[in-house]
Design a protein. Structure first.
Ligand code: DX5
Ligand code: ZN
Length: 220
């Protein structure tokens, strides 16, 4: 069985103590730190940008998994790379030149991810798979934490697991939205190997974070 990585989304952290929250979730066993960037245009919510990420870069050495829910993407890639992003993931609907965006992310020194909304078909990935390092299956419509898991994502995860295995490349298969202990187990069964969790990772405050992460991993 493949190792499972947990990527807590700081969207569910206490923004008034963000640095301490990142240190606490790092110490609790997070593999990636998932950073949800929203622009109020591509999604109906606004979160934070490169300057917040740059500040948090001083709090942890964990991989920064930056999920861009913004349009356009290309003019901001350099800024996120300079802020400390390790992985930059974007949505194909954010612009007409997905292949160019992937090349720009790599030229900036980052790993490139593509994110599929609940309404975006798996076939979107096919022409790009040889250039991608991560695939992100959204199991909610992006914009907010705390939403319910959309079941059809499981079929997409299975289809993409197949596509990745056939490619022979090492590509993370990440799932994001409505992940709790129960949906985490089902996403893993379907083939996911990176689980994003906001609400479930940060539930109950810092004393609970290690148990939350173990429970998501399936070790609880
Ligand atoms: C949604 C974000 C998610 C979100 C997950 O737009 O991409 O990363 O923070 O939050 P939960 O785990 O609460 O669904
Ligand atoms: Zn996300």
């Amino acid at each position: 069985t493949r190792p499972i990585k947990i990527a807590p989304s700081i969207l569910a952290a206490d923004f008034s103590r963000l640095g301490e929250e990142v240190r606490a979730i790092d110490k609790a066993g997070a593999d990636y730190i998932h950073l949800d960037v929203m622009d109020g245009h591509f999604v109906p919510n606004i979160s934070f940008g490169p300057s917040v990420i740059e500040s948090l870069r001083r709090c942890t050495d964990k991989i920064f998994d930056v999920h861009l829910m913004i349009a356009p993407v290309d003019p901001f890639i350099e800024a996120f790379a300079r802020a400390g992003a390790d992985i930059i993931t974007f949505h194909p609907e954010a612009g007409p030149h997905g292949h160019r965006t992937i090349q720009a992310i790599k030229a900036a020194g980052c790993r490139a991810g593509l994110s599929l909304n609940p309404g975006t078909p798996v076939a979107t990935v096919e022409p790009l798979i040889d250039d991608l390092d991560l695939l992100l299956v959204m199991t909610v419509n992006p914009g907010f934490g705390g939403q319910a898991f959309i079941e059809t994502g499981l079929k997409k995860i299975a289809a993409l697991r197949d596509m990745i295995d056939r490619s022979g490349r090492r590509i993370d298969l990440e799932v994001d939205g409505g992940i709790n202990f129960e949906t985490a187990a089902r996403a893993i069964d379907a083939g996911a190997d990176v689980l994003v969790a906001g609400t479930a990772a940060f539930a109950g405050g810092p004393d609970r974070y290690a148990d939350n992460i173990a429970g998501l991993r399936g070790g609880a």
